[in-house]
Design a binder for this molecule. Structure first.
Ligand code: NAP
Length: 240
């Protein structure tokens, strides 16, 4: 079960897990994109899900008979304003999607992950959840919260047959992440990746997720930080 599977990392992860032999439920709001994906890839089923709506999460959970792997991927950033100029509504949306969205879906599916006897919960956080940067305020806060929730879950589930994995990517050039961050401004979105030799692709992250999920049941990859070679740290990006 992959949330936010209509684009980027979520879509690549759904494709990759299907190729690994999983029956994948690909969920997001844009059903047309999911239906296309499901029609193209055997082993993928589309489901409509808005992680900010408890009603939608409940209806979605009721439609599943089992869940062995949950990838909480739906999320993203809005804006790059300094804290002093931040829009409270943007921060609320980021918190609602990245943090509370993951909470709603996790709460709904945890009994099934435990019941599977070898559940895996993957949380897509970010290096933004580990290191803060100017303009990152609302996204940093949301991703730090998601990282904390993941750590707490691992502690609380110790002894249960569920692995709790955090995958924290650095710069990934996906189709929509920066476009959403800059509210549809193509040029601003393109500048994020300008001159960077080889930002990560969605497939690179899907490969990392797949590796974590397919380790033996007793092996828990706590946190996997993955960056492009050109990004040694948040403030250290090589551009040509
Ligand atoms: N790209 C990066 O540089 C990067 C780096 C580190 C971490 N990440 C994290 O990786 C995850 C995926 O990012 P991405 O780059 O693949 O972004 P993306 O291409 O913008 O994809 C985001 C996905 O989330 C879904 N989504 C958004 N709001 C949702 C909601 N309310 N309910 C259900 N689904 C929702 C979107 O689908 P719908 O609009 O169809 O609902 C979309 O499929 C995010 O959590 C992001 O924070 C990204």
């Amino acid at each position: 079960m992959v949330t936010g599977a209509s684009s980027g990392i979520g879509e690549a992860t759904a494709r990759r897990l299907a190729a690994e032999g999983f029956d994948v439920v690909a969920a997001a709001r844009r059903r047309d994109r999911l239906d296309k994906l499901a029609a193209e890839v055997p082993g993928i089923r589309a489901a409509t899900l808005d992680v900010t709506s408890q009603e939608s999460v409940d209806a979605f959970a009721a439609s599943l008979d089992r869940c062995d792997v949950l990838v909480n991927n739906a999320g993203g950033a809005i804006g790059l304003e300094p804290v002093a100029g931040a829009d409270v509504a943007d921060w609320q949306r980021m918190y609602d999607t990245n943090v509370l969205g993951s909470l709603r879906v996790t709460k709904a599916l945890l009994p099934r992950l435990v019941g599977s006897g070898d559940g895996v919960l993957v949380m897509l956080t970010s290096v933004a959840g580990l290191v803060s940067y100017e303009g990152g305020g609302g996204y940093n806060a949301a991703k730090h919260a998601q990282t904390s929730m993941t750590e707490v879950l691992r502690l609380e589930l110790c002894g249960e047959p569920v692995r709790v994995v955090e995958v924290a990517p650095g710069m990934v050039h996906t189709e929509e992440f920066s476009l959403n961050r800059f509210r549809g401004d193509d040029a601003a979105a393109d500048r994020v990746y300008a001159g960077v030799p080889g930002p990560l692709t969605a497939e690179d992250v899907a490969d990392a997720i797949s590796w974590c999920v397919t380790r033996p049941a007793h092996v828990n990859v706590d946190r996997l930080v993955i960056r492009p070679r050109a990004q040694a740290a948040q403030h250290k990006v090589h551009r040509v």
